[in-house]
Design a protein around this ligand. Sequence first.
Ligand code: HEM
Length: 550
Amino acid sequence: MTSSGESMLPARPSLSILIPTAFVASLWCYIAFNLIYRHILGQRTNRLPYPPGPLSPNLLLGHYGKVPMKKPWFDYMEMGKTYGELIYFRTLWDNILVINSAEATYEIMEKQARITSDRPFGNALDRFTNWDQNTALSVYSEAWRRTRRTFHQNFRSEAAVKFHPVQVEKIHKFLKSLIELSESPCSDKQTHSDQLVNYISTLSQGIMIKSVYGIEIQSATNEALPKAAREFADLVEESLLPGGSTYRSIPFVHLWAWLAPSMLSKFARVQRNTKETWNMVRGEPFKEAMKALKSGNHSSLVGELISQNEVRGGSAEEVDRIKNMGSTAVSAAADTTASATTTFYIALILYPEVQSKAQEELDKVLGPGRIPSFKDRKHLPYVEAIYREVMRWHPALPIGFPHKSTEDIIYKGYLIPKGTLIHANIWAITHNPDQYTSPEKFIPERYLNKDGSFNEKYVNINTIDAYGYGRRVCVGRHVADDTLWLTMASILATMNVSRVCEDESEVLDIEKYYTDAALCHPHTIPGCKVEPRLSKNELEMMLDQGKDEY
Ligand code: HEM
């Protein structure tokens, strides 16, 4: 005791110091435990080496924060020259594998699909942001299997024909807006290009939103639902890159998103925004479809499925699955089909000879005054080859979607341990010079036989790498395939697309027009001019005659 009678015991640390210290200490213990478990004990029990990869710059964090996040498909393709078809590294506790070759992708993601079809999500933060309601982000579980089945029943090749009326209607409307665009006086050519990109988005999203929910949209940039669907895709895309999702599994990180005030923490703000945006995409159009259903109109996929469920006396879980399917379809279509259509325009401005050849084929097969319909597809091999080349030349998801292994895999003497995040480098696969001569060039002829017929080898849609692999292969691919083919055939039949530039000899660096992250799409089409091949009246007559041709 002091003379004043106060105790000499040290002051107790306050809770505001204890809680964060305990949090940081337990986080480090968790990291240390994971490292010891995975890298020391794991190695001892399995003598096989992990695949080659760059040395870890940090014992604890691995490559966390050091991996390329901007167009990383180029870096991994380049790194392939040193490490080969498999590149292996880790960030914190995640083991990550990037696959650069078609052969390894087939062996690991197709042949072993049973054990490589999980996703690296499903943590507390993913539940906080409701990512578990999105089929593309869901873990490999019974819930995913059931929603995927609902998806498959409605989007498989035979079912995709029910999308045809809306596809035809929206594509014809798009062509009409192109005529208006070509007539509108505009001093700045780039404004035309930007407007065109807006029309392309409206087309891609308009088809899915109308087919799934029966909702008409006029502009993808001005209306709440298409804007939210794109915003959700933008908010998610960084987590799809190799190493991009590691932070999501940091223990208790969801508490930070939940507790921290938005105005103080950017992280909390982004997570809440993601949750709200997803809730909007999942909730609002569903409410509208239900309103239409109550008023006796169920001319939408969701309306039709809900009324069938009611007739069967179906469950609340089935309603949830239908909601998940509808909202996932709208968010998955937001950037992907628009990306491929915009890439098609870029190809046309760079390769005018491709456009001329396709128009020659269309004019010969269709004859004068007829707009292409799905029935013409098998008679138009060159147009088919253009579509395939667009998907190869600039795939919409160049580094694919992350898969996760659920068992150890041994490939060519290497151990790929259970829990590894697997990314197929679709870009490296579709730009492999051993398989595609001059892969950087747009050459539709690579899909044709010498006599100009379409090469049988490529007929199956599953040969299109851009749609991904294994049990998680794009479930909307048949609908996307129809939309893209008809859009491309219709544009070629009715419009001339060309490039306007000051200097004709300027070599266009197209990469600078593409976005950097996982859902890679051009933000504009540099100096693009679109002119109708026919007069406005002729074109309108043509569209009128073709409007019921599915
Ligand atoms: C150009 C158009 C499209 C491309 C290039 C594309 C590409 C892809 C890719 C690469 C994946 C990941 C596959 C994997 O994990 O290996 C995927 C998944 C998916 N796609 Fe597409 N997609 C397109 C259009 C669409 C459309 C229109 C829909 C609408 C239904 C859709 C729905 C989905 C869904 C639901 C998944 C997740 C499947 C699952 O995880 O089980 N996609 N897509």
